[in-house]
Ligand binder design. Structure first.
Ligand code: XIL
Length: 345
């Protein structure tokens, strides 16, 4: 392991290969020196895990608070890192006042969207050059093993209910009008694996992207969250065909939230568990790279501070801590780290 321990950080390895590695970071942990050292060393790109969401940025109407987001952009500037914005329009992390006001109808919704963008985009213009403008617009198919399924290909979020399907185009156009060189990204999940549900979500997403581009809506990139699950199969060819279709539309592809949920029945020991995670990450990341993706971002760096171990919706029911990120709870590199290095470096 001595030779492995001396390998350069992912930040350097990816950069040397003309690629970029990044990770989601949390302001509430910036006082932890081990945590911050890991992020400044390993990540070229930082994404605010919660600080760029509506309930943080505008907890009360017109009561903007960009301090947590600034803590991250400040950290990034101190360590010569870039920041991706996440996420301007999303059906989660909405403060209750916003949901109530959106129910008043289209003109209110449009004014609220514009006011939010008018405040946030100019304020972050110097430090954030890439935003998830719309997060998770695609509905899960009926009967899917995820909640919020529907026959409508677009998720019936409060934004959709107020503005109809046009809310996506409205958001993209307003972002472009405010900042013509900002990279505009649509970000979604459940489109990675070889399941019938994912096939449907991919079709729905391709149809949305095509419609937006046909209408001349400004859009630069597709973000693929990549919250992978080992209980689902992965087929590089099927995923690769989808990525080619996206690239053929002229869009860039980013992997934005990579992590891995382990199988329901775990392999016998830690080595076997970590090998299974690493194998999936290697296959997935290699396929993305081959399709021209140059940016891989993981949703955190260490299992010690991962939503997979801390969020009741996704944590394991058996109480076992998921080992779904490149560093373990002691902040040591795991086989997933080496898989990323091999695929990106
Ligand atoms: C998650 C955070 O990691 C959690 O801490 C929070 O409780 C809920 O949101 N898709 C996204 C991210 O786009 O914003 C989500 O982040 C994970 C799923």
């Amino acid at each position: 392991m001595a030779a492995q321990a001396s390998l350069a950080p992912l930040r350097q390895q990816a950069r040397a290969a003309g690629r970029a590695f990044g990770a989601a970071i949390r302001t509430d942990l910036l006082s932890d020196a081990d945590y911050t050292r890991l992020f400044s060393t390993e990540a070229e790109i930082l994404v605010p895990e919660w600080e760029g969401k509506w309930d943080t940025l505008q907890p009360t109407e017109a009561g903007f608070d960009l301090a947590p987001l600034r803590a991250i952009t400040g950290f990034a500037q101190a360590h010569q890192q870039r920041v991706r914005g996440h996420a301007l329009v999303w059906h989660n992390a909405m403060p209750p006042w916003l949901v109530a006001r959106l129910a008043e109808g289209a003109s209110t919704a449009r004014a609220l969207l514009e006011a939010h963008f008018n405040h946030v985009l100019p304020a972050t213009r110097a430090t954030i050059r890439d935003w998830d403008v719309v997060n998770e617009p695609i509905a899960n198919p009926p009967g899917a093993d995820n909640p919020q399924a529907g026959a409508n290909p677009l998720r019936e979020s409060p934004w959709f209910r107020a503005l109809g399907p046009d809310y996506i185009e409205i958001a993209l156009r307003w972002a472009r009008a405010l900042d013509p060189t900002l990279r505009l990204t649509i970000n979604d999940y459940g489109i990675e694996e070889a399941t019938p549900d994912a096939d449907i979500k991919r079709e729905r997403l391709l149809a949305l992207l095509r419609r937006l581009l046909d209408r001349g809506a400004p859009l630069d990139a597709l973000g693929i969250q990549a919250h992978l699950q080992l209980r689902r199969p992965f087929d590089p060819d099927r995923f690769g065909r989808f990525l080619s279709a996206v690239r053929d539309m002229g869009l860039a592809i980013l992997v934005t939230e990579l992590d891995v949920r382990e199988a329901d029945t775990l392999p016998p020991d830690l080595a076997a568990r970590d090998a299974a995670v690493a194998d999936r990450v290697r296959a997935f990341t290699t396929t993305a790279m081959q399709a021209g993706c140059r940016t891989i971002i993981t949703w955190g760096l260490t299992d010690k501070h991962s939503w997979l171990t801390q969020d009741a919706d996704v944590a394991r029911r058996d109480g076992v801590l998921t080992r779904g990120l490149p560093f373990d709870s002691e902040l040591q590199r795991k086989p997933m780290w080496h898989a990323l290095a091999a695929a990106m470096g």
